[in-house]
Design a binder for this molecule. Structure first.
Ligand SMILES: [Zn+2]
Length: 137
């Protein structure tokens, strides 16, 4: 997904900033011409949960991630410059916060649930107990 509209102000004009992304030199660093928000030209390289599971201090701006599991490294803010600034300062300079998120739990588990499910399915006995349903609610 290429960035077409600024998440913060809705602006549609961007200026290219110097710099690059180590792992993907094709990404450009852009700055919103209206509000100055700096971001990357694409988010395609980021899968769901990328930052939430990284133990990296993370600021989540807006409601897009509402209802999703997240770990303690994510600070949610509204579309509010002051609130975003405070959250960024906490991420960058609050040693207590930074220490608290080291080894924060990953709410999505360890990534091997498919193997666990396959093992249970391979070992479950298929008999009348499994086939007969009983509604208990
Ligand atoms: Zn903007």
């Amino acid at each position: 997904m290429d960035m077409k509209q600024c998440y913060l102000c809705g602006g549609t004009e961007f200026n290219k900033r110097p710099g690059s992304v180590r792992d993907n030199p094709e990404l450009e660093v852009l700055e919103c011409a209206s509000c100055g928000l700096v971001f990357l030209s694409s988010f395609d390289h980021i899968r769901d949960g990328f930052y939430e599971n990284s133990e990296m201090p993370t600021v989540n701006v807006g409601s897009r991630q509402n209802g999703r599991l997240r770990s303690t490294n994510v600070i949610d803010t509204k579309y509010d410059k002051k609130e975003i600034k405070l959250a960024l300062e906490k991420c960058l300079f609050d040693k207590t916060f930074r220490d608290s998120i080291k080894n924060c739990p990953n709410p999505y588990g360890t990534g091997n649930s498919g193997n666990k499910i396959a093992k249970v399915l391979a070992e479950v006995s298929i008999d009348q107990k499994l086939l007969r349903k009983r509604i208990t609610y």
